[in-house]
Structures are given as structure tokens and as C-alpha cells.
Design a protein around this ligand. Sequence first.
Ligand code: GLU
Length: 494
Amino acid sequence: MTTITRFAPSPTGMLHIGGARTALFNYLYARRNQGKFLLRIEDTDKARSTQEAVDAILDGMSWLGLDADEPPVFQSQQAPRHVECAEEMVSRGQAFRCYATTEELQARREEGEAARAAAKQDGVSESEKQALLRKAEELLAPFRSPWRDGGEPPAQDSAYTIRLRAPDEGHIIVQDGVQGEVKVAAREIDDLILLRADGSPTYMLAVVVDDHDMGVTHVIRGDDHLRNTFRQVPIYKAMGWNVPHFSHVPMIHGDDGAKLSKRHGALSTTAYRDMGYLPEALNSYLLRLGWSHGDEEIFTLDDASKIFSIEAINRSPARLDLAKLNDVNAHFIRACDNVRLMALLEPWLEEAAGGKLDQITRTRVAAALPAMKDRGSTLPELAEAFRFLWTANTDNLNKKARKALSGESLNRLADLREAIAKVEEWSDTALQQALQSYCAENELSFGQVGPPIRAALTGGLPAPDLAPVMEWLGRDETLSRIDFHLARTDMQSE
Ligand code: GLU
């Protein structure tokens, strides 16, 4: 049997990282088993579902490369089929028309609560107390409709809902892939509504019918859905369908151990793109957040597709750790192909440079890129590391650079300029040799020679080794940055 998994987000907001992790697990499980990964947009809640949210989900998934194997199913479009299934359950005696009104149910609940409150009052005798508690328990118990065994409607045109005739005996047992065997007593399940009084299907019915119709064999979702599963299993049984294999994955918590919420920072998947994370880094990080394979930390989708298993999903909640995400991102930046990395960096470089890059700067950045990939754990951090390539920072010299460009050092810079200008082949190696020969001839250490050139070339901005920096800047720019400082007089006496 082909393994079929699905991701079933409700389009009521962004694709949050918990959802992205669920999608990832389902994607990987399908890949691992040469199955199919499907997407269903659960847009039955008309008031809260928006096209914007649908677009955000699709955008987030496509950014992460979690492409579904078929076009998405929109749950709202399946409504006639949901109705048909509810009617089928009625005709089989598994569901029934219930004429209890919302007001009656509300009154029943209130009466139950009142009885419970009354039992706690002072001066109530023990026997009265027991009677009140029994009454409360009965009224507040999961609802079993008086119409579950049939019966006439109160009036000819009475509105009705269609409810499932919940199982009376035993337990509802789920062999969960993550939680192990979990069960509830059948009495804990109410005669749940399948079709509302306006004829619209409920979420509980829609999920089951859609999962069945899509041929879903494995449901992997957040453990906040475990309670729903106990209510969904009886619907499968009532329809005579196979129950899929369920796995309920513990939620992601913030670094303080509390459930993830807005105060933990960015929750939207694409916010990570906007902060300069690579999709493969987020995938790798989210995968480890709740799943492990020995102590390996880094996975590509391809690697993980070969080894992902439900058994290795952790049973306890994972904690978000942004420092770790940064490490993973730094890894994937270093591993990134140069051409792709240049394209990814472009908007960040423009932001750092305050406008479009000219051709010369772009060429310098591209030349420096392979050697500088380890200079940032996010794209903006990396872009910032290239700043010395488009500015000599002359108006902004820091203290160290000012010192390196004053007094004796400045005189040395003039000599050095001559030595550098004589280099014929403007390459990293030749420039390095020129600097070394200069040091040897003048019995100077590199520590005496490096600082003034570095200060002249970068104005104190962070930069890698001098020789490659000169190569990337090119002969003209290197010499003109040095000449600028040789010509200035304001610091001669410092
Ligand atoms: N639509 C539900 C949600 O977004 C998921 C339902 C499911 O996975 O069964 O939480």
C-alpha cells in the first residue's frame, strides 16, 4: 500500500514554524516510504480563513521546498461529500437527527454548574451534597442525545443537527506512533455534531472524510490534536473505513520552556527568510527540533528522506534555541553554492550599501565571496562583512585605525605603497610575497607593517587577510585608498 501523508493547515494566519515542522515530518515520511505527500487547506471556517493566509502557507512551503505531490485540496469544496457521508451514517443507524437546541444544551450545562456550586455551599447535608454532585455529573457529562435511538421531532419543522451515535462501551484506543497506546473510555465521547443545524459539516467530520478520500495512511500532527483523534476514530468506524496510523508530535516550546507564543519572537516561517536564514537551514533545524538521529545536527532534505522515521520522534516537547539555528545557518551558508549565495546576498548587500551595487562592487564581492562565507551566520551579517569593499570608511576611522595611520606608521605606509605598486601580477600570492619581502628587507615584523595598510584600506572595518583584500579591491582602488591617507595632513602629528 502506498504511504500517503498530508499537511492540513487552516488558513487563518501565517505558516508558523510548528506547522512547518509538521509539514516537514509528513513530507519526509512520504519520501522515506516512496509515498505521496499531500496538502489540504482546511478552509471551512469561512469567517477566519483568508486568501492571504492561503498564499502565505503556499509561499512558506515552497520556500522550504516542501512541495506537495498533487495540487492542494480545499476542504470547503468538499462540503457536499461531507454531507453525503453524514447522511450515509444516518441511514446505517450510526448517526441520527438530533433536535436538541443550543439553548437547551446551554440550559443543561448551566443547571449542571449550578448543582455543582450548590453542593459546595455551607450547610448542605451530606446526602443532599451527594445528590447534587450526582446531578451535576449527569448534566455535565459528555452529551448523549435523547434522540440517539430515534424519536419524533418536537414539531414538523424543527431544526436538527446530525450527530454521531457515540460508542457506549469500552475504550477508544489509538496506537500512536509517538505517544504509544493512548485511550479514553467511550463514555468520555459525546454524540458529536457532524452536520450543524444550517447543514454545514463540522471540522471533525470534514477531516475524517477528507483524509479517507485522499487515501491518507499516516496522520502526523501536533499533539494538540490528540483529543480530536478520540472523536475522529468513531467516525471512521461508523463509516466502516480503515483508521489511519496516527502520530501526535509534542509541541515546540520557547527557550523558557513555555509553549511557543508571540513573545518568543518570530513564529512565521517566512519571517526567517526575511531575517536572512536559508530554507535548508530552517528545515535542518526544525527537523532536529523533535527528531534525532544519533547526535547528528545537520541534514539536507535528501539525507533526511533516507533516514526519517516516526520512532525517532521525541516524546517530550522541543525547545527553540536560536543560537543553534544560527550555527546551522552558518553551516549552510558555508555549504552554499557561490552563484546562489551571491543572488541571496544581493538584497542584503544593497541594504547595507544603501542602494544598488555598481558593477565594480559586485565584481569585488563575487571575488571575495568564496573566502568570506564564514563571516556571518545570517545573510545580513554576512553582507555587512563585505562593507570594506565599497567604502574605505575614511570619514569614520576608529581609534585603532587613526593610530595606525599616524606618525611613524604613516611614513612606513609611503614606503609600502612603493613596494606594493611594483607588484606586477595583482594576485593574492604575489602581494603576500611583496609584503613579506618588504618585512625581510627592513627587518620588520608583519605586525609593524600590516596595521597601516589595513587601516588605509578598510578604515578599521573588519576584513580578512591583507593580500586577498588587495586582490579583491584591485590595483587602482588599493593604491588610491593608500594615497588618500598619504595626502592628508590632519593626522601627521597625532
Ligand atoms: N487544520 C488543523 C490545524 O491547522 C490540522 C488538522 C489535522 O492535521 O488533522 O491545526
